[in-house]
Ligand binder design. Structure first.
Ligand code: CA
Length: 229
């Protein structure tokens, strides 16, 4: 099935480059040149992935991202300008799955698009249910429940908790997690992992400051604590 990618970017030459390369890889592409139209297309066309610029007319990329997240867990890759370190973290806070720095290489971009799309494709490895504590991860449905109530996670948060839950008690460095969960050679910084862990704790833990499940091994990394392991 042909996957649909939405580009939200006000610089038409960048749209053209992205569109050309995505279409060459077999994706269907739609685009918007401002934030409002981007949000509208994101909510009405159900794209499989969104490439979202930060600086946009009418509504900036953070707002667009936040508004999409109220309705959808679609993978969102933010496009940020070089040196906008704070912007990257802010984008992740708003629920983006990933970011890529402009100017970007086409190969790197395509690798990230593929890696992020891969996570929404059902496969055999996902065909299971993982339980821990009061939680139940329904892999095929990309859903996690706490005492039977669905917890609203972004795709990346879901992938992270699933990855940890599949390997309870095993400690992973932040670099490990970037490679395994983000799924490609990652040149960004490990704060990406910290931000995602923090957001996950806020959604899952009764007291995010005193986590019972997603534990920090000081100086090493993170692991999922499960009592019966
Ligand atoms: Ca822009």
């Amino acid at each position: 099935m042909q996957r649909l990618v939405l580009i939200v970017e006000d610089e038409k030459p960048i749209v053209d480059i992205l569109k050309y390369n995505l279409e060459r890889e077999g994706y269907k592409v739609i685009f918007a040149l401002d934030g409002e139209e981007g949000l509208n297309l994101a909510l009405t066309k159900a794209p499989d992935l969104i490439l979202l610029d930060v600086m946009l007319p009418r509504m900036d990329g953070y707002d667009v991202c936040r508004r999409i997240r109220e309705k959808s867990n679609v993978p969102i890759l933010m496009l940020t300008a070089r040196g906008e370190e704070l912007d990257k973290v802010l984008g992740l806070e708003m629920g983006a799955d990933d970011y890529i720095t402009k100017p970007f290489g086409v190969r790197e971009l395509m690798a990230r698009v593929k890696a992020n799309l891969r996570r929404t494709e059902p496969n055999v490895e996902n065909a299971s249910v993982i339980r821990f504590g009061e939680f139940c991860i329904l892999c095929e449905r990309y859903e996690i429940t706490k005492d039977g109530q669905t917890v609203d996670l972004t795709l990346r948060e879901f992938e992270l908790i699933k990855f940890l839950a599949q390997r309870p008690g095993k400690i992973f460095t932040r670099e490990n997690l970037l490679e395994e969960v983000w799924g490609y050679e990652y040149y960004g910084d490990v704060r990406t992992v910290d931000v995602t862990v923090r957001r996950l704790r806020e959604k899952i833990e009764d007291d995010p400051a005193e986590p019972k499940y997603i534990m920090t091994k000081r100086g090493v990394g993170y692991y999922l604590k499960v009592d019966n392991v």
